[in-house]
Design a protein around this ligand. Structure first.
Ligand SMILES: Nc1nc2c(ncn2[C@@H]2O[C@H](COP(=O)(O)OP(=O)(O)OP(=O)(O)O)[C@@H](O)[C@H]2O)c(=O)[nH]1
Ligand SMILES: [Mg+2]
Length: 224
């Protein structure tokens, strides 16, 4: 039994090490090409693809954007992005609940990233596994829609602890749901005092330009 336990721990350690190595290789690849990257994480349906679409509209004429979509199945999100005329790849993770860094690295090596300034990675929809794995991103963005419940930062602390930016989405629906934005702000700040918090509605556009301005400023700070 003890031997079995030891073997399992060592295998898990080596998987985590190789994930870290792949994340490091992604970071190096993106730094070399001066590309700023965001890893978008949320529950299914919080508005990740919708936010990416808003960013694509904002970046029209301002430099190339590449997108990698992660989903268990289908290329529905990649098709949404392709309509914007940008380079996009779909990763189907099948049985895995997050994008593996080694998989993202392979995809990035196949893409033409010349002139690309911004890489947007949409992780598989859930608040658990994507939080445990770095994709070598410059900033991690967690989205929480107002229809999900304001206790989520307390129940899923890791993703809120490890994210640089929290975007509260679908604020146009606030009149119809019970959701205390201040409670979310307090819990998110308790998990990560440095987190930057934005409230947006893609439906009305409210708050969107403040968020997009900030992302553009972060990108400019890295890529010049
Ligand atoms: N009312 C409202 N609906 C929104 C808003 N943003 C997104 N939606 C809707 O929410 C649904 C899900 O949005 P997506 O952008 O596909 O969400 P997602 O996080 O990419 O979903 P998965 O990829 O399945 O995890 C769509 O029907 C959107 O139109 C918003 O600000 N307000
Ligand atoms: Mg999506």
């Amino acid at each position: 039994m003890e031997t079995g336990g030891t073997v399992r721990i060592e295998v898990e350690k080596s998987i985590l090490q190789s994930a870290d190595e792949a994340a490091g290789a992604i970071r190096a690849l993106l730094s070399e090409r001066k590309i700023y990257s965001l890893n978008l994480i949320s529950s299914p349906g919080s508005g990740k693809t919708t936010l990416i679409e808003a960013l694509l509209v904002r970046f029209e004429g301002k430099g190339r954007v590449a997108v990698v979509e992660g989903d268990i199945e289908t290329d529905i999100d990649a098709e949404r992005i392709r309509k914007h005329g940008v380079q996009v790849r779909q990763i189907n993770t099948r049985s895995s609940c997050h994008i593996q860094p080694s998989r993202l690295l392979s995809v990035l090596r196949e893409m033409d990233l010349s002139q690309t300034r911004l890489l947007l990675v949409e992780n598989v929809g859930n608040l658990v596994c994507p939080a445990e794995i770095s994709l070598g991103e410059d900033a991690r963005v967690v989205l929480l829609s107002v229809t999900e419940g304001d206790e989520k930062p307390l129940k899923y602390p890791l993703v809120f602890k490890t994210s640089d930016i929290l975007v509260v989405t679908k604020t146009d629906l606030l009149p119809h749901v019970t959701f205390d934005v201040e409670r979310v702000r307090r819990a998110a700040r308790a998990a990560n005092p440095a987190v930057e918090i934005f409230e947006v509605s893609a439906a009305t556009g409210k708050g969107m330009s403040v968020l997009l301005d900030r992302i553009e400023a972060l990108l400019a700070a890295k890529t010049g």
